[in-house]
Ligand binder design. Structure first.
Ligand code: NDP
Length: 489
């Protein structure tokens, strides 16, 4: 029997859990049972569904410390960031529960008399969720809670690298009373994800992961699978630093944006697009501070940067840095895999800074997904914006300047789903839409009120209480009997 084995990236000899990998029959059975559960769930009023989601949030909160420890052990996030991952799910539960009593549509006047029109949203049925490893509690919550609130059943396939966190999330939902057939988990690798994407019983698939995998999910689902396919994919996020910026703020933001979570957030800062007037000063400040960041066990309170997710990821990152140097970049810091005492076999990669990077170089175009910051000098704010927009990705960007007109003009012209001013490229809040333009996505958004859209269909309703046939576009002139229609005066 094929299995998925979860290992601690800090000490890979430590196995955290072993789960059977689902077969095609398992997926089939799960989809069928979910379909039956969904028909019952769809009849439960939304405020009652919301109460259960609220309870999920309460239980996640009650177990926050142990869940955060699990996140740190399974994916290597340092304690504060692991706690943030869990907190995001708690916040999402609260926000989604609130939507259970919010308006889901709009009312519009009819062009005919004695007729009313409104829109509402209806569930799609069984939703497939395919999630990455890097927010192992938060991302399932972004998808599972709104999907359930909208009246759907959910089948979740987490990354093979984070099955324990997904199992813990499922336990909290079960304990909150979410029926077992309504929200199910299947484990496995990409082939199990593909089974979900092509299953005719799955009516919507919500995917977060890399661009290549997202493209594969879109292609697979186009054959026999769901009609609604939401894709939240990679990024090549840029921080722009203009000469008038507060350089203390810039340094703090660059460190957190580039090296927080060991650079493994979809919104991590990977390009520092800095005006040449301040480039040397900024690089010197950021490199000076980055050199002091402590690599180590994420559960050690002294650690600033934990391991990257696997040894293979560390090798890949090292290869990308070497290729960048071959392309002409200069290694200002880091660049080679590291070892940490007491963390045998841990996949550590230190904060790395490359200077002299060209906007079109491979390292400036490809997602690294590791603690690597490429510095691209520019001569003007116009050039900076052109460079921000010169990749296939469009997730997050940041602009540092004290000039309000420059900031707002940059906000207008940057082609990304998220823009920050004087704050790093990471830091999204759950009640606002999250997602990107261009190849980062396909137009849907996670989170915020718009998070519901990928899990529901709009239904437009017309009620005619005139008691006669009224024809839109034909009978839409009001009868003004009794009113004097002659011009006055
Ligand atoms: P992957 O694309 O490698 O995997 C994502 C999920 O897809 C995993 O569950 C994976 O399973 C599964 N999968 C793999 N192949 C297939 C397939 N052919 N069909 C269906 N499913 C498949 O991403 P990572 O887990 O490595 O996550 C990192 C990526 O996610 C980065 O590119 C990052 O930018 C992006 N991301 C985007 C976010 C956004 O909102 N825009 C947020 C967070 C991350 P398995 O792991 O078992 O192979």
């Amino acid at each position: 029997m094929a299995v998925v084995e979860s290992r601690n990236p800090t000490r890979p000899a430590e196995v955290l859990g072993v789960f059977p990998a689902a077969t095609a029959d398992d997926v089939d059975r799960a989809v069928r049972a979910a379909g039956e559960a969904q028909r019952v769930w769809a009849l439960v009023p939304a405020p009652a569904r919301a109460e259960m989601i609220e309870e999920c949030g309460r239980l996640l909160g009650e177990h926050k410390a142990e869940l955060a420890t699990l996140v740190a052990r399974e994916v290597g996030k340092i304690a504060a960031e692991a706690g943030g991952d869990v907190q995001e799910a708690i916040d999402m539960a609260g926000f989604v529960a609130g939507l259970g009593r919010a308006a889901w549509g709009e009312v519009a006047p009819s062009e005919l008399g004695n007729k009313v029109c409104w829109t509402t949203r209806q569930p799609v049925g069984v939703v497939g969720v395919i999630s990455p490893w890097n927010f192992p509690i938060a991302i399932p919550s972004w998808k599972v809670f709104p999907a359930l609130l909208a009246g759907n059943a959910v089948l979740l396939k987490p990354s093979e690298l984070a099955p324990c966190c997904a199992a813990a999330f499922l336990t909290a939902c079960r304990d909150a009373g979410i029926p077992s057939d309504l929200f199910q988990l299947v484990h496995g690798r990409g082939d199990v994800g593909a089974l979900i994407a092509q299953h005719p019983g799955i009516r919507a698939v919500s995917f977060t992961g890399s661009v290549p995998t997202g493209r594969s999910v879109a292609a697979t689902s186009a054959e026999t699978g769901p009609r609604l396919v939401s894709l939240e994919l990679g990024g090549k996020n840029a921080m722009v630093v203009l000469p008038d910026a507060d350089l203390d703020l810039v340094t703090d933001g660059a460190l957190f944006g580039a090296f927080g979570t060991a650079g493994q957030r979809c919104t991590s800062t990977s390009r520092l697009i800095v005006h040449q007037e301040v480039a040397d000063e900024v690089v010197s400040r950021v490199a000076g501070r980055a050199a002091k960041l402590a690599l180590g066990d994420p559960l050690d309170p002294g650690t600033d940067v934990g391991p990257v997710i696997t040894a293979a990821a560390a090798v890949r990152i090292e290869g990308m840095v070497a290729a960048a140097v071959a392309d002409g970049a200069v290694l200002a810091l880091g660049g080679h895999r590291a070892t940490v005492e007491g963390c045998d076999g841990g996949s550590f990669f230190p904060p790395t800074i490359l200077t002299n990077v060209g906007a079109r170089d491979r390292i400036a175009q490809q997602e690294v997904f590791g603690p690597v910051l490429s510095v691209i000098p520019v001569a003007s704010s116009d050039e900076a914006i052109d460079v921000v927009n010169a990749t296939e990705f469009g997730l997050s960007a940041a602009v540092y300047t004290r000039d309000i007109a420059t900031a707002l003009s940059a906000v207008d012209r940057i082609d990304t789903g998220i823009v920050y001013v004087n704050a790093p490229t990471i830091g999204a809040e759950i009640h606002l839409p999250f997602g990107g333009t261009r190849h980062t996505g396909n137009g849907f958004r996670d989170a915020g009120r718009r998070g519901l859209e990928q899990f529901s269909e709009v239904k437009t309703v017309y009620i005619d209480y005139s008691g006669r046939l009224q024809r839109a576009q034909i009978d839409n002139r009001p009868a003004l009997d009794g009113l004097d229609s002659r011009e006055s005066g």
